[in-house]
Design a protein around this ligand. Structure first.
Ligand SMILES: [Zn+2]
Ligand SMILES: [Zn+2]
Length: 258
């Protein structure tokens, strides 16, 4: 059984019937659970409506660092993230690669999300790109010891992975690890302790080899798992079991389906 720890099912551009088929395909491939991650609080309701009929899909709530035009105030974020169906806060974080000019707003928003995670006691879904020092510094400064989280779609350095793991965080790998150019990331993928590793598609983006360039979907998390298992010299069953256990440990509000 696999879990897709991070996807955007509302961004697939599919009709309800098509989405049903996409999720059936995922189930056929052994994907038992999916976490549908919000990128905007303003669009949260719409996202929730899209997936609420599926009991193998959970949802998060937050504002993506690259969607600061949708930035919301602390009270609204706290209110929305407190809703009972919301299992995690995010995605939040810092992205200076694509949007260094919104740095100040991103920092402010990230701190709000960390505080909301502390108050709601829900884990953080963190997006971090070319912002290693600020990401870790803000987590160190604001995160309660009881608050945990994941660095999702990780593409940063070995050093950052180690620092994050020392803080108790999880690391999630996407289809990027299957790309030939991702040499540094393949090394990181071999070194993350098995009890801190998650897998994801980040669909509709970043389809793994051999689907690269096509629209991604949760069923393709199997290729991510197979690739990492091979890199680490373990069976895909062992990798699937560990990453699934890790998922339910971190996102403890998700109901486990067998
Ligand atoms: Zn992201
Ligand atoms: Zn995402």
């Amino acid at each position: 059984m696999f879990v897709d720890s991070h996807c955007h099912l509302d961004r697939l551009g599919q009709s309800p019937e098509q989405l049903k088929q996409t999720l059936e395909f995922a189930t056929q491939r052994g994907v038992s659970h999916m976490l549908c991650v919000a990128v905007s609080v303003r669009e949260y309701e719409q996202m929730y409506e899209t997936v609420r009929g599926f009991d193998n899909v959970s949802v998060s709530c937050g504002v993506h660092p690259l969607h600061q035009e949708d930035a919301c105030d602390f009270v609204t974020l706290l209110d929305m993230a407190s809703r009972p169906e919301v299992v995690a806060v995010g995605e939040t974080g810092l992205d200076y690669h694509y949007s260094a000019e919104t740095r100040e707003v991103q920092l402010h928003s990230f701190v709000d999300h960390i505080k909301v995670a502390n108050v709601t006691n829900k884990p953080l879904i963190i997006h971090t790109r070319d912002a290693r020092d600020d990401t870790l510094a803000l987590l160190n400064e604001h995160k309660d010891d009881s608050t945990n989280g994941v660095l999702h779609c990780f593409t940063e350095t070995q050093e950052m992975a180690e620092q994050a793991i020392d803080m108790g965080l999880y690391i999630s790998l996407s289809g990027i690890v299957t790309f030939q150019s991702a040499k540094r990331l393949k090394k990181v993928a071999q070194s993350i302790p098995l009890d801190r590793l998650l897998i994801e598609t980040d669909s509709p983006w970043l389809a793994p080899v051999p689907y690269r360039g096509k629209q991604n979907q949760p069923g393709y998390v199997v290729e991510v798992a197979e690739y990492i298992a091979k890199l680490r010299g373990i069976s895909v069953e062992e990798l699937a079991r560990a990453t699934t256990d890790n998922f339910y440990r971190l996102f403890s509000a998700c109901k486990r389906h067998h």
